[in-house]
Design a protein around this ligand. Structure first.
Ligand SMILES: CC(C)(COP(=O)(O)OP(=O)(O)OC[C@H]1O[C@@H](n2cnc3c(N)ncnc32)[C@H](O)[C@@H]1OP(=O)(O)O)[C@@H](O)C(=O)NCCC(=O)NCCS
Length: 181
């Protein structure tokens, strides 16, 4: 087991998960607006299963989808961080940067602030050459975060998500790339 890295920005702490994060994480995963660009909101069990997979990745690597805290404001707002996606695609294997926040924390720039720190860590400590991010075409809020992070989008990289049926409205995905500065 590798010790978990903790990262900090001016406003956001990216820290190891606590048992007490499971409940607010399940609440945001049950919110249909938060989950608008995913197949469905998650049940408590599905949410806990996701936390278990996140914890396993931290055990293996010491980094991952960190629990995001805004000290003095909220102990847990969601996750921001890095992951190794499992599905098959032309751009695999890769490391992705991603985020999912409770609605009460939206619109304050927390995702770009934490995401920038995750990218700094990926290119610095991890020495990666490239980090990717992807989302459903219509997820403009998340695409805007990618753009604020200076990531670039080439329409030639757009893809059909292999875990979703071809006729799903969220099947078509955009891919954004960040190169090592
Ligand atoms: C994507 C997400 C993390 C954005 O995080 P955030 O910290 O709110 O990001 P920002 O505050 O920088 O907002 C990003 C952009 O989204 C838009 N936006 C954010 N909050 C909004 C709101 N409440 N209403 C309307 N637009 C909003 C704005 O256009 C903003 O860009 P701008 O500041 O240039 O105007 C958040 O919306 C979220 O968790 N969404 C659900 C989960 C998800 O889709 N995750 C990504 C899957 S790949």
């Amino acid at each position: 087991m590798v010790e978990a890295v903790e990262l900090r920005t001016d406003r956001v702490v990216l820290r190891a998960w606590r048992e007490s994060d499971r409940e607010p994480y399940a609440a945001l995963n049950a919110d249909p607006i938060v989950m608008e660009h995913f197949p469905a909101p998650l049940t408590r069990q599905e949410s806990d299963d996701h936390v278990d997979r996140i914890l396993a990745a931290f055990d293996e690597h010491g980094w991952g989808l960190w629990a995001a805290e805004v000290p003095g404001v909220a102990e847990f707002i969601g996750f921001i961080g890095l992951a190794i996606p499992r599905f098959e695609a032309s751009f695999m294997p890769c490391v992705e940067v991603g985020w999912r926040l409770a609605r009460s924390a939206w619109g304050r720039g927390y995702a770009p602030e934490g995401g920038a720190e995750a990218l700094r860590f990926a290119f610095g400590e991890l020495g990666l050459e490239e980090v990717l991010s992807f989302t459903a075409v219509q997820n403009v809020k998340s695409r805007r975060v990618m753009e604020k992070l200076g990531m670039t989008h080439d329409p030639a990289d757009d893809f059909d998500h292999p875990s979703l049926p071809l006729d799903s409205p969220i099947n078509r995905h955009v891919l954004y790339r960040a190169r090592r500065p």
